[in-house]
Design a protein around this ligand. Structure first.
Ligand code: SF4
Ligand code: SF4
Length: 258
């Protein structure tokens, strides 16, 4: 999708200018999902003893129009890895497991770590990607939350949080790939087709995060791409993208709806 197709505002938020919002504290966004975390948030989460999943997607930069804004966005939050033609990039999403609900959600519906809650919890329901316009009907917030409050498009505080999230994604990209390689997690879903979800133990992921410094560079490990659509697999094979073939219970594959 071209960035110009999104209803971007002066604040950089991708939302229609007349959308109002006020959180009513229902807690719906704290249930039934993965909660993306920055690397430092993941370390804090793991130290509390809670599980963090590793969601991986890959793309081949030689197959993208390099001058496009979408390429720049995705290249910035990914890191190059070894595999195939040598143009493979991987994006790592560390995500807290809030299935069936977040471990920090109390029985009274309040967040037990409210003052330290992750960036993404402060941003919801706004989208972080500039290529995904906010659609209220696609969010878990109840109707009354959209009938009151301030205009999201002019919320400068929210815009700053979104910019902070995007910047942190860029800052963490290489180190997160190095964390995966330290754990031997080298299979990623094909961007747009699906995500590969690895579920390392709390102890192993915490050790890898703390043992990988900010200057880490990905190691020379061969990565593979998981894709389930036969036509896509044939295309990727023709493009020399290395495919993961063997069935495995080492990870889950989550198809992305088209
Ligand atoms: S950290 Fe708090 S705000 Fe974020 S999902 Fe968990 S309970 Fe909800
Ligand atoms: S689902 Fe929406 S209204 Fe409910 S707590 Fe989350 S942000 Fe607030």
């Amino acid at each position: 999708m071209d960035e110009s197709a999104a209803p971007a505002t002066v604040s950089g938020l991708s939302v229609d200018p007349d959308v109002q919002f006020d959180c009513v504290g229902c807690g719906a966004c704290c249930r039934g999902r993965f909660v993306p975390l920055t690397l430092s948030e993941a370390v804090t989460w793991l130290k509390r003893g809670h599980a963090v999943g590793v969601l991986l997607e890959a793309f081949d930069e030689s197959l993208w129009p390099v001058a496009s804004p979408e390429y720049a966005y995705n290249a910035g939050r990914s890191a190059p890895v070894q595999g195939g033609s040598g143009a493979l990039r991987v994006t790592v999403i560390l995500a807290a497991n809030a299935l069936p609900e977040c471990p920090n959600l109390q029985t009274n519906g309040l967040c037990s770590v409210y003052l330290e809650r992750p960036l993404v919890c402060r941003i919801y329901p706004m989208e972080i990607s500039p290529f995904i316009p906010l659609r209220p009907e696609a969010k878990d917030c109840p109707p009354e939350s959209w009938q009151q409050g301030s205009l999201l498009a002019s919320d400068q505080g929210l815009a700053m949080l979104v910019q902070q999230s995007r910047q942190t994604d860029r800052d963490d990209a290489r180190r997160k790939v190095a964390v995966c390689e330290a754990l031997g997690l080298t299979v990623a879903g094909w961007k747009g087709n699906g995500l590969v979800i690895h579920q390392p133990s709390v102890q192993a992921l915490l050790a890898a995060c703390e043992g990988t410094d900010a200057d880490a560079r990905p190691a020379a490990q061969n990565w593979q791409v998981k894709a389930e659509d036969p036509a896509l697999r044939a295309y990727l094979h023709a493009q020399s993208v290395p495919l993961a073939d063997a069935p495995t219970d080492a990870y889950l594959f989550h198809s992305v709806p088209r």
